[in-house]
Write a protein that binds this ligand. Structure first.
Ligand code: SAM
Length: 289
């Protein structure tokens, strides 16, 4: 039996003019909607982040299409042609390599321009690694915040994490295998020992989920440079007033990486405290070191 049975007949209703933002699989090629296939088959112009990757998806469904590359390098050059196609009443579809375009992927500027140009934008929803990870993590789902990729340098990463520390929601980060261990260590330092999960290779053959506290995950040998694509989720912290000792500990940690002003700003954001008071305390702590 063929691995990809033929898809059901496609709709022959012509597409309305406008930009179609089409979600595509994040691994398992069968995670594509019938409507996404209708749009890929029927659009006048197909914009792809990488035409080879999208070519494979099209081939799996017996489709072939002339594509225009639309990634962050080609975006400026491609935009006039796209706007002209829309002005001529054509249907334009945008896909990224995997998942939902615009989610840590190109497309936001294009959608902004298309809206400003008075054209319609049609979402064609489907997979996104962030939501797929949220559904298997076992963490609260009533409020969540997608934070994308953290910076690659540890000090910038800790500052980045500290901005999210006071947020009472499950936090969702994209991460790469080689940086996972360092990132989990920084998360444990900034967020404390919250419940968390690492979701890897979602919808693919080696899909795994590891759940535990950040301290446990940071020490887990299975999570040392794992291969594949990764989402890290961090549960909300306990809502509690921070003590002066908490503020001193956070300041002492921040002062090992940052000058007093920046350390005070970081801790003020993380603990929801007054920056000026923290700056004074940071100067005092610095003098006793
Ligand atoms: N637009 C995509 C989406 O909707 O999920 C995200 C694109 S972003 C450039 C790629 C990152 O998404 C990867 O580095 C990884 O963090 C995450 N990701 C994508 N596919 C994944 C998968 N199958 N399993 C786990 N994480 C995945």
């Amino acid at each position: 039996m063929s691995r990809h049975p033929p898809p059901p007949p496609l709709s022959d209703v012509p597409l309305e003019p406008g930009l179609y933002v089409v979600a595509t699989p994040i691994g398992n090629l069968r995670d594509i909607t019938l409507r996404a296939l209708d749009v890929l088959a029927g659009c006048d112009l197909l914009l792809a982040e990488d035409t080879r990757v999208t070519g494979k998806l099209l081939a799996a469904y017996g489709l072939s299409k002339t594509m225009l590359r639309y990634d962050e390098h080609a975006a400026e050059r491609a935009r006039p042609r796209i706007m002209a196609a829309l002005a001529a009443g054509q249907s334009v579809a945008l896909v990224s390599d995997a998942g939902t375009p615009l989610v840590s992927d190109p497309g936001y500027r294009l959608v902004k321009d298309v809206v400003a140009g008075g054209h319609r934008v049609f979402p064609i929803p489907g997979p996104s690694a962030a939501l797929a990870a949220l559904t298997l993590a076992g963490l609260p789902t009533d409020r969540f915040l997608f934070a994308g990729f953290a910076p690659t340098k540890s000090s910038a990463r800790r500052t980045f994490f500290s901005e999210f520390a006071p947020v009472q929601a499950t936090l969702i980060f994209y991460e790469s295998g080689p940086r996972l261990r360092a990132s989990l260590t920084d998360m444990a330092a900034v967020f404390g020992d919250r419940e968390a999960a690492v979701a890897r290779e979602l919808t693919k053959l080696f899909e795994t989920a590891v759940r535990g506290t950040l301290g446990q995950l940071a020490a887990d040998p299975k999570l040392d440079s794992p291969k594949g694509e990764i989402v890290v989720l961090v549960g909300p912290g306990e809502e509690q007033a921070s003590t002066p000792e908490d503020a001193d500990a956070a300041l002492a940690d921040a002062l090992t990486r940052l000058p007093p002003g920046e350390a005070a700003s970081e801790v003020a954001r993380a603990l929801g405290l007054n920056r000026r008071d923290l700056y004074r305390r940071a100067m005092a702590l610095k003098d006793t070191r």
